[in-house]
Ligand binder design. Structure first.
Ligand code: GDP
Ligand code: MG
Length: 196
């Protein structure tokens, strides 16, 4: 098994993050927690590339559809459909538009618990309810209600892999092997070293 400091995760600063001029702020947060940047590029993604990204995990559509239906029911609203896959298609179509609307920044961050640590400091999916102190909680105000009213994807600045497996598949989808770098960061001796 690889050393725990070798866990990697994919982070994308979505087109609204660039438009909000938050690239430096966002990168700074992942740097400051101790993660190591091992790959980064600016990309104008095609709608097909985004479609594939959200189809890498065969369960993602079902999960996102069920989550959305539950959200409607919890608020006492009628979902546009009771079929999770129909709802998921609406979300995917909206995401294709959102994520290919302008350039984005794709990055790979590496370090102990990289996947979970990045999710924690990124915050929950809906900015309205993301914790204060997280990137989504601090820098954006969107909600499911606002997004649904205008039939668009919820604008939350960032994509971050949800699991180690999702991260592996997503990194391979966005980066070639030679675009990722192995190097020692001086901080690693303090973060992971046995002798301090
Ligand atoms: P994430 O892992 O926190 O980004 O969330 P998901 O993987 O569940 O969803 C991917 C992206 O789709 C989110 O970041 C949102 O931009 C968008 N999204 C997810 N669920 C919904 C929804 O129910 N309604 C709308 N409008 N957008 C959604
Ligand atoms: Mg996700």
């Amino acid at each position: 098994m690889a050393h725990h400091k070798e866990e990697r995760t994919l982070v994308i600063i979505k087109p609204d993050g660039l438009q909000r001029t938050l690239v430096g702020e966002i990168i700074g947060r992942y740097e400051k927690i101790g993660l190591k940047l091992v790959g980064m590029k600016m990309v104008k993604a095609s709608s097909e590339h985004i479609d594939k990204h959200y189809n890498l995990d065969p369960m993602w559509r079902k999960n996102v559809g069920e989550k959305s239906i539950k959200g409607y029911l919890d608020k006492g609203l009628t979902p546009p459909s009771n079929d999770p896959l129909v709802i998921a298609q609406i979300v995917v179509d909206a995401l294709k538009k959102y994520m290919s609307a302008g350039p984005l920044i794709a990055m790979v961050w590496q370090g102990g618990n990289a996947v979970k640590i990045v999710r924690k400091i990124t915050g929950g999916t809906e900015p309205l309810t993301s914790d204060v102190g997280t990137i989504r909680g601090d820098f954006v105000l969107d909600s499911y209600a606002m997004a649904d009213k205008d039939s668009r994807a919820i604008r939350n600045l960032i994509h971050a892999s949800g699991s180690v497996k999702e991260a592996e598949d997503e990194i391979a989808h966005w980066f070639k092997k030679e675009e990722l770098f192995n190097y020692e960061l001086i901080n690693e001796a303090i973060l992971y070293g046995i002798e301090l």
